[in-house]
Design a binder for this molecule. Structure first.
Ligand SMILES: C[S@@+](CC[C@H](N)C(=O)[O-])C[C@H]1O[C@@H](n2cnc3c(N)ncnc32)[C@H](O)[C@@H]1O
Length: 218
């Protein structure tokens, strides 16, 4: 397994064993933050670039214990949900609580192209760097995003911490949104929507330091 994926696996396995199936168990601060991010991810179906199947397939990359599947159900968003995570205990929890969905253990970077999904989302893998050098994390993030885009039929959504904030902490990975946008447009797809409007500087609410990007196929 990729060394960053395995570092993230060990970290998240220990967080989950301490906090269980809660917001803290997937390293978000609280329930409202958790739901806010799920709702941002679920907007991937709402953009102008998509008006396809009424029950699209979705791969939730780094699905944790399956919170997004619960949120989609609660909101009545009908999806053919699949979740993949490197932490086995989380996947087992997802299987037990969502028998109608599919959960499997795996590293996104090691998935073969044997099947594609209408959409892929990634909520919270590309936000932490722990003690890794920034260039390593930058390479890893781009590799994950390229892989996700290769597996989607319509589009993908993901979040990253923004460099355009008024507060940072050393174990997180911050991405310049302007540079990311330029990279996405040049190397991934011209169909990009970047939502930076809820970050602390933009919204005045000192709680969110990330942005969400939505990228669609031609
Ligand atoms: C911050 S947690 C968020 C979990 C979930 N998306 C949520 O918000 O409820 C990040 C998750 O990504 C998983 N993860 C990290 N790297 C991964 C990779 N390369 N492939 C699959 N899962 C990964 C971790 O095990 C962890 O469960």
């Amino acid at each position: 397994m990729n060394k960053i994926s395995s570092l993230l696996r060990d970290y998240h396995a220990s967080v989950f064993s301490e906090h269980g199936a809660t917001a803290k168990g997937v390293d978000w601060n609280d329930e409202s933050e958790l739901l806010h991010r799920y709702d941002k991810m679920l907007r991937v179906f709402d953009m102008d670039f998509y008006n396809g199947s009424s029950r699209p397939s979705l791969l939730d990359v780094g699905c944790g214990w399956g919170g997004l599947a619960s949120r989609a159900k609660e909101l009545g968003v009908e999806i053919d949900y699949h979740g993949v995570d490197v932490v086995e205990a989380m996947v087992e929890h997802g299987k037990a609580t969502h028998p109608e969905a599919t959960f499997f253990v795996g590293d996104i970077l090691e998935l073969k192209g044997e099947r594609s999904y209408d959409f892929l989302i990634c909520n919270g893998i590309l936000t932490q760097k722990h003690n890794l050098p920034i260039p390593d994390m930058e390479r890893y993030a781009k590799e994950v995003l390229r892989k996700m885009f290769s597996l989607c039929r319509y589009g993908m959504a993901f979040n990253m911490m923004s460099t355009r904030v008024n507060f940072t902490v050393s174990n997180l990975y911050y991405q310049n949104p302007v540079e990311l946008l330029a990279w996405l447009l040049a190397e991934v797809s011209p169909r990009v929507v970047l939502d930076h409007g809820y970050s602390s500087l933009a919204s005045g609410v000192g709680k969110y330091y990330d942005f969400t990007a939505y990228v669609y196929k031609h």
